[in-house]
Design a protein around this ligand. Structure first.
Ligand code: GUN
Ligand code: ZN
Length: 426
């Protein structure tokens, strides 16, 4: 048994401040007591120190927040970040599908999976819901690398039987390979599985039906896909699914809309679709840097709030332009304003931590720095750059947090801790 404690300025937002106005928890001089990687106590240093007098204490300068949770990101696309010139469908054809074909080689997948997870950690991201490729061994490569780093990672083989040559599976291999992966990885480390049809356009009706059957058979797995991201994509979905009320309904017909469903983007949604999402408990991974980069549009935070839709925050690298969830939160603020919504910095922190955790059904494990949760946390340096130092010098907590989101990125991450252990990710 190892027990240690961390002293510092501790901040977390374990519940949605829109629903729970006193969700912000802040101890300017706090103590986090960690036993075998699990938080066993948290509170003011003055109150807790006498009770834990025998426990070694490490003082951490900066702001301690929960490890970030990226609710939607593609590991095979990391080397195609910043690919110029196209909107979604042309960008996939020109830049992404060729890059994903290279993952037919397991050693390439192993190499990129390790680099990808190290990049997450460097940015303070300790958990993520990750798209791999259609190749089953791309999941093995990611899970092996995540296990070696003790990270909480959720992923699942991409299903895309209508994909381009070299990347297409079949309904049958979608079923057998997904079943084999679920069996192989269930209960290992901190890993979780997600049935992952790429999007409606790359799966046949038969394959979407199989995805629904997989979900129904395995109540512990998530559904992870893309929804209503781009106008041309939405038009193509409407042209194919003539009986569907809208894009979400095309998924719904195959049993893909429920409390365990995570949809990336959801920019172009009808009120009917939003009402259905709210009532079903399905949620959206909001990906603002990607939406700007591909010219997809701006997420409507007000519409989502009206319908009580669960939200998390995702980078969506390689369409996303940064691995930093701080930077992503800053762009979320600016994107929200484009649709008349003022995203509060504490709510943005919630979305990047406990909101994403709830969306990914790991909210009992991580995201709030609460006793009983795993001690994944990040130390942020509000003086990481000269400009940040000037801007945060006399700032209150809300201003400091907002400045970190608008001006900060990986440079502001002074340390990343996985289950109470500092990660070396230079
Ligand atoms: N829709 C289908 N595939 C993708 C993808 O790889 N990235 C994004 N942003 N949208 C998608
Ligand atoms: Zn994506």
């Amino acid at each position: 048994m190892t027990i240690r404690a961390f002293r510092g300025d501790i901040l977390s937002v374990a519940h949605d401040p829109l629903i729970c106005p006193d969700a912000v928890r802040h101890e300017p001089d706090g103590l986090l007591v960690v036993e075998d990687g699990i938080i066993v106590a948290r509170g003011a240093y003055a109150d807790l120190a006498p009770v834990h007098a025998d426990v070694p204490v490490e003082t951490l300068p900066g702001l301690i927040v929960p490890g970030f949770i990226d609710a939607h990101v593609h590991y095979p696309q990391m080397d195609r970040i910043a690919s110029h010139g196209e909107q979604l469908l042309d960008w996939l054809d020109r830049h992404i599908f060729p890059a994903e074909k290279a993952f037919a080689d397991r050693s390439h997948a192993d190499l990129v999976a390790g680099l990808f997870l190290d990049e997450l950690l460097r940015n303070g991201t300790t958990s993520a819901l990750v798209f791999p490729t259609v190749h089953a061994h791309s999941v093995d490569a990611l899970f092996d690398a995540a296990l070696a780093r003790n990270m909480r990672i959720i992923s699942g083989k991409v299903l895309m039987d209508l994909g381009p040559e070299g990347l297409a599976d079949t309904p049958e291999t979608a079923r057998t390979e997904s079943e084999a992966l679920i069996g192989r990885w269930r209960g290992k480390g901190r890993l979780g599985y997600a049935v992952t049809p790429r999007f409606a356009l790359t799966s046949s009706d038969t394959q979407l039906h199989i995805a629904g059957a997989l979900l129904a058979t395995h109540p512990d797995v998530l559904l992870h896909t893309h929804l209503a991201e781009n106008e041309r994509e939405c038009a193509a979905v409407a042209a194919r699914f003539l009986d569907a009320a809208d894009y979400l309904d095309a998924y719904d017909r195959f049993g893909l809309v429920g409390a365990r469903s995570v949809f990336a983007h959801g920019i172009h949604l009808s009120d009917r679709a939003c009402a259905r999402m709210g009532e079903s408990g399905a949620g959206i991974a909001v990906c603002p840097t990607s939406n700007l980069f591909l010219g997809s549009g701006f997420f409507d935070f007000s519409q989502a709030a009206r319908h009580g839709i669960k939200l998390g925050l995702g980078t969506d690298v390689g369409a996303g332009t940064s691995f930093s969830m701080l930077y992503t939160a800053g762009i979320a603020y600016q994107a929200a304003l484009m649709r008349g919504h003022r995203l509060d910095p504490f709510r943005a922190l919630y979305l990047a931590t406990a909101g994403s955790a709830a969306l990914l059904h790991i909210g009992d494990k991580v995201g709030g720095l609460l006793p009983g949760q795993e001690a994944d946390f990040v130390v942020l340096d509000p003086a990481a750059t000269p400009l940040l130092a000037r801007r945060t010098a006399d700032a209150d907590l809300a201003e400091r947090l907002f400045a970190l989101q608008i001006l900060g990125d990986d440079r502001a991450v002074a340390g990343t801790y996985i289950m109470g252990r500092r990660v070396d990710c230079a």
